[in-house]
Design a binder for this molecule. Structure first.
Ligand SMILES: NC(=O)c1ccc[n+]([C@@H]2O[C@H](COP(=O)([O-])OP(=O)(O)OC[C@H]3O[C@@H](n4cnc5c(N)ncnc54)[C@H](OP(=O)(O)O)[C@@H]3O)[C@@H](O)[C@H]2O)c1
Length: 292
């Protein structure tokens, strides 16, 4: 059972570079989100969100203790990186790269600790003993309080967990009414078994559910609208988050929005309860056919 709790909804900063926000606007988004109960902040070294976030946080340093800062490491893109440029995009869970990445994240975020560090995408050259040693070093120095993974298969997670003295906190995976893979491939069954709460990315399918185009997207949105009306929900987005939070592994959806009013609309989801029938109606709209 994991010993760390995030806020029921998490705010993600993958798209921060597209928002055109200055540090005051970014600070306002973070402060208002915390007031709305969204206090967990999801970053990654490759999002290049950590430095602007750190600049915004420096305007109100007392905010830090109200936040749970999540960041990720393990991707080495061409063109930039904490150990210089490399010619081929690749993954790297080596001790040297992970430690460098964490140190760069701490510096950019202007904080002395990362609450939760995730391995961003599985490294096919992952040596579980080396990762265990790295995690212990980062934990012992107080630089990282908790660890998790992202986009791991059930088997990859099982293998890594077997080498670790502490429980992994989460597996951050894609999940939305348009991408239900993790619902069916064992990821969430494993999470329940381990008492581990997944984090979910692209819950609005990268915004496609907010602006549907294909027939599948239209039929999912139509089903969401019916459920929204039945529940008295203000937005279909709130129903999507409630649909995800109804999963028994108790996942944490990550919001990708830049807008306070959309964080506020999403926060309504915490008080929405879907019936089993409503849940399956949305599943059916996505699947295109009823359960067998
Ligand atoms: N671990 C991984 O590999 C991984 C991969 C991808 C993402 N993530 C994490 O998950 C977070 C969320 O992912 P995501 O950004 O793809 O989430 P998302 O919520 O599916 O998509 C966010 C996009 O949808 C738009 N949107 C939201 N509500 C809208 C509405 N009502 N009408 C029109 N557009 C709307 C947002 O624009 P506005 O800003 O205008 O609201 C934003 O561009 C990321 O920030 C990151 O932290 C992790």
């Amino acid at each position: 059972m994991s010993e760390m709790t995030l806020s029921p909804l998490v705010l993600g900063f993958w798209r921060l570079g597209q928002w055109g926000y200055g540090k005051q606007e970014l600070l306002r988004l973070v402060e208002r989100s915390v007031e709305l109960g969204v206090s967990s902040m999801d970053h990654a070294m490759v999002y290049r969100s950590e430095a602007p976030f750190g600049e915004a946080l420096a305007l109100n340093p007392s905010l830090r203790d109200n936040l749970q800062i999540i960041t990720k490491c393990g991707i080495r893109p061409c063109g930039f990186g904490v150990l210089g440029a490399n010619a081929v995009n690749h993954y790297d869970f080596s001790q040297a790269y992970t430690v460098h990445s964490v140190e760069a994240s701490l510096r950019d975020l202007k904080t002395d600790r990362i609450d939760l560090l995730l391995l961003h995408r599985p490294d096919f050259l992952m040596d579980i003993a080396e990762v265990a040693q790295t995690f212990e070093q980062l934990h012992a120095t107080g630089k990282v309080l908790h660890f998790g993974v992202s986009n791991f298969t059930v088997q990859q997670l099982e293998a890594l967990q077997s080498a670790l003295p502490r429980a992994l906190i989460t597996n951050q995976v894609e999940c939305s009414p348009l991408n239900m893979t993790a619902i069916a491939d064992g990821t969430f069954d494993q999470a329940q078994r381990l008492g581990m709460r997944p984090m979910l990315w692209s819950c609005l399918a990268g915004g496609r559910l907010a602006e549907p185009k294909t027939s599948q997207q239209h039929s999912v949105v139509a089903a969401l609208q019916v459920v929204a009306k039945e529940l008295g929900a203000s937005t279909v987005e709130a129903v999507i988050y409630a649909w995800l939070m109804a999963l028994p592994c108790k996942p944490y959806p990550i919001l990708g929005t830049s807008k306070v009013e959309r964080v506020q609309a999403a926060a309504e989801a915490v008080n929405l309860q879907l019936s089993r029938e409503q849940w399956y109606r949305i599943w059916e709209a996505s699947n295109g056919a009823s359960v067998p």
